[in-house]
Design a protein around this ligand. Structure first.
Ligand code: G6P
Length: 369
């Protein structure tokens, strides 16, 4: 097992650090930047069907559901197809309206999650086209779907999902770009810009991983907090949910993710000098709005941990701590902002002496209801 961990103390840490390579592996052979082409056989072979979708329904559970939420923003922005993101367990039991013009995308690291599998079967019975985004090759969901795209993240052992999340976002972004190009909903110049920036993401993830020392210090300060709030807007709202989930899963600290602007409709009541609030406040995407959310937290004496773009001064002035990530296109920021949140939960769990790779009560793959 020590050898499998490749010198890391835990699988989770190894998998966090594998993300630059895992993301490269996800787009290797698919993204031909010079030619301005994205090749994805499962999409190419079914282009008419998928691009004519009246609606895309994404079904997933857990972290994969969070990747689906990011994909909702990406698909709607780039491919202009309406998207709904459903918890597979809710979707399958509520007699959903599904038509033959719908495309259902199931996202699943393991490809074995029982509820996600049942959701696909239901959608297929009603005539929808089913597309799978799985990590495990030959898994049940990859076989049950009409077509799909693997994430190629390599085996993920840690129960708390890390590289599966970022590679799912990568594959879904490629898919949205491909559809957008086919439909003409993204300009050629924007398409090229995305491809070029996507190619830089693995290096930028490496830079984001360098926040480890800063994150460790922050973990030391807040490891005994009973609660933690995570806020983000737009593309980074799902990242806030995912950051909170990571902390809950492995450190057993109660954490909630919220859209930053919704804070005033509830969670703001919880804020006092004891409450750490992680705020994703990168430069692109509602930056000024997030800054004003930070001011609201500060005036209630909450402790602010800002995830910011390199060189940011404004949030640095207001926040108790900042963690920097490189700048990128707004739609790709989740691939970077997620990294320090994974590290934060990891370090807190280690400091608290928790079983990081196999947290209590959780399973890597939930194959029964
Ligand atoms: C379990 C795992 C999570 C995972 C979820 C969905 O709860 O502990 O890490 O996100 O299942 O799994 P899937 O394999 O379908 O992505």
């Amino acid at each position: 097992e020590q050898i499998e961990k490749g010198g890391y103390e835990h699988f989770m840490l190894k998998e966090i650090h594998e993300q630059p390579n895992a993301i490269s592996d996800t787009f290797r052979g698919r993204m031909l930047v010079d030619k301005g082409i994205i090749r994805m056989a499962g999409v190419d072979d079914n282009m008419e069907r998928i691009s004519n979708a009246k609606r895309i329904i994404i079904v997933a559970c857990g972290t994969s559901w969070h990747a689906g939420l990011v994909a909702e923003y990406v698909f709607e922005e780039i491919a202009r197809i309406p998207v709904e993101v459903e918890y597979a367990s809710e979707f399958r039991y509520r007699n959903p309206v599904i038509s033959e013009n719908d495309v259902i995308i199931a996202i699943s690291q393991s490809g074995e999650t029982a509820d996600t599998m049942a959701a696909i079967k239901l959608a297929k019975e009603k005539g929808a086209f089913a597309f799978g985004v799985c990590n495990v090759v030959g898994s049940s969901i990859s076989r049950e779907t009409h077509a799909g795209a693997y994430t190629h993240a390599g085996p993920e052992i840690g129960v708390a999902s890390t590289k599966a999340f970022t590679t799912q976002i990568t594959v879904l972004t490629l898919m949205a770009l491909k559809l957008g190009k086919f439909k003409g909903t993204i300009s050629n110049s924007d398409f090229h810009m995305y491809l070029q920036e996507m190619e830089r993401i693995p290096d930028k993830v490496k830079t984001a991983l360098e926040s480890d020392a800063v994150v460790t210090k922050i973990a030391e300060i807040y490891k005994d907090a009973p609660n933690c709030l995570y806020l983000g807007r737009g593309y980074n709202f799902p990242v806030a949910l995912e950051g909170a989930l990571k902390l809950k899963e492995i450190s057993y600290i109660h954490a909630e993710g919220y859209p930053a602007a919704e804070m005033k409709h509830g969670p703001i009541a919880l804020i006092d000098e004891q409450m750490p609030v992680v705020v994703i406040a990168t430069k692109k995407g509602h930056y000024e709005k997030v800054v004003s959310n930070i001011q609201e937290i500060k005036s209630r004496k909450g402790k602010i941990i800002g995830i910011v773009t390199q060189g940011d001064e404004e949030v640095r002035e207001l926040a108790d701590h900042v963690i920097e990530v490189p700048e990128t296109i707004e739609a790709l920021t989740p691939l970077l902002t997620t990294i320090p949140l994974q590290l934060l939960s990891y370090h807190i769990a280690v400091m608290l002496g928790k079983n990081v790779d196999q947290p209590r009560n959780l399973a890597k793959s939930v194959t029964v209801e």
